[in-house]
Each structure stands twice: as C-alpha cells, then as structure tokens.
Design a protein around this ligand. Structure first.
Ligand code: FMN
Length: 229
C-alpha cells in the first residue's frame, strides 16, 4: 500500500463537506416572508431545484400519509412524477392500501425532506385520479419490466412467498411476449391538490423558521403566516 490518499475516500469527504456547506448557507440565511414567492408551488419548485443542485438523495421522494378505515395514520414513501399549477402527481396501484384510503377520504399529507439542507415541506392535499390519458402516457414511458411488474404485483395483498411473485412476473412476461404492455386499469396516477403548505428551514439553536401558506380569505392568493418553531 502506498501512502497516497485513497481517491474514493477523498471524493466521499469532499461530498460531505460540500453538503454541509450548503446546509450551513441555508441555516444562516434562514427563511423570511419577504424572501419567499407568493405562490407556494413556485416556492416549492425553488427548494426542489436547490435540493437537486445540492445533490440530495432521491430529491423527489416524499412521504404520503393517509388515514385508514380505523382512523390509523399510514405513511409510506412515493416518488413524485409531476408538479404543475394543478398540484403534484404520483403513480401507484389503484387497488393498493393507499389508493383505497385516498378514495375513501380524498385527503392526505405529503412530506418532502431534504435533510442535507435541513429543510422539510409539508403539504396538505385533496386527492383525485389523474385523467386516464395521463396515466397511459406515464405507463408507456416506464421500463418494460416495471410495466410487467405492475401487472404481476397485487400491491398491498399478502402473497405466499417471493417465488410466487417471480413466477407471476414470468407468466406475465410470457403472456405479453414481444407485444406492447398496456396499462392495467388498476394502475395509474393520483393528482394531489395542495390546500396548505408549510416550509421549514432548520436554524441554529433550534430557532427554526416555519412559514405556512393557507388560502387567503379575501383573494385567490395565499396568506403566509410565520409559525413558532
Ligand atoms: C423511495 C421510495 C419510493 C417509492 N415510490 C413508490 C411509488 O412511486 N409508487 C408506489 O406505488 N410505491 C412506491 N414505493 C413503495 C411504497 O412506499 C409502498 O411500499 C407501496 O406503494 C405500498 O404502499 P401501500 O400498501 O400503503 O399502498 C416507494 C418506496 C420508497 C422507499
């Protein structure tokens, strides 16, 4: 072994310092009503872009919390696939537990966390299915084995074992052969329309910044309130 530094180790150290630097900048600058966009989707996009820029892991991952038929909150990660003026979109199995809960209540909470920047965004949403054509387009863009997997997996249902699932994937793959794999009717997108947002920026000494957006009483815009940390 030579005494020269291990390049991989050097890269890892550099990356950690890089992220810590970002976090420190944001903690120092803080978050103020005067700095944020009046439109919370624009503000969300700004933070998302900064999370991508900072190299945050899976920056489009978020926790979706729903409430089940017995009133128990249920949380799981999903990947965000769209964000526009309507709201946020994600894709899943319509027969899954989460989809049954979204259908029953029409309500959910989304949580984005970009820990390297010491930031989180909470979004209170109402849920509806996206138009069928949008689900078709997204399904068509997925890798073939993900398409086959969507057909094979009865998401959220108990199954005998791993081999059962792998056999089903193989059977589905054989059934489709070289043909197109069309979207199953039980799989598609959810549009999550924001009702309220809370942007949280970690600050030194636990005096964090929290800005909440709620619909304004007297206009189409949003009211912004600072909440105590
Ligand atoms: C980072 C991450 C991203 C995920 N993205 C999705 C997704 O986009 N769609 C999905 O159906 N499941 C996704 N999952 C799996 C879900 O967390 C969950 O296990 C699954 O959807 C079944 O949830 P349910 O039984 O509550 O409906 C993801 C998991 C992780 C950890």
């Amino acid at each position: 072994m030579s005494g020269s530094p291990d390049p991989a180790e050097h890269r890892a150290e550099h990356t950690v310092e890089h992220l810590a630097g970002h976090r420190f900048d944001y903690e120092t600058a803080g978050l103020d009503v005067a700095d944020v966009d009046a439109d919370p989707m624009v503000q969300w996009r700004r933070w998302f872009d900064e999370a991508v820029e900072a190299g945050c892991t899976e920056p489009n991952a978020f926790v979706l919390s729903t409430v089940d038929a017995d009133g128990w909150p249920q949380s799981r990660y999903l990947l965000l696939r769209g964000a526009d003026e309507r709201g946020f979109t994600c894709f899943t199995n319509y027969e899954s537990a989460k989809s049954h809960e979204l259908t029953a209540t029409g309500r959910a909470s989304m949580l984005f966390t970009w820990l390297q920047l010491h930031r989180q965004v909470r979004v209170t949403v109402v849920a509806e299915r996206v138009p069928e054509a949008e689900s078709d387009d997204y399904f068509a863009s997925r890798p073939r084995m993900s398409q086959v997997g969507a057909w094979a997996s009865p998401q959220s249902q108990p199954i005998p074992d791993r081999a059962w699932l792998e056999d089903r994937v193989q059977q589905m793959a054989d059934t489709f052969g070289d043909g197109d794999v069309l979207r199953p009717a039980f799989w598609g997108g959810w549009l999550l329309r924001p009702m309220a947002f809370e942007f949280w920026q970690g600050r030194p000494s636990r005096l964090h910044d929290r800005l909440r957006y709620t619909p304004a009483a007297d206009s189409d815009g949003w009211q912004i309130d600072r909440l105590s940390p």
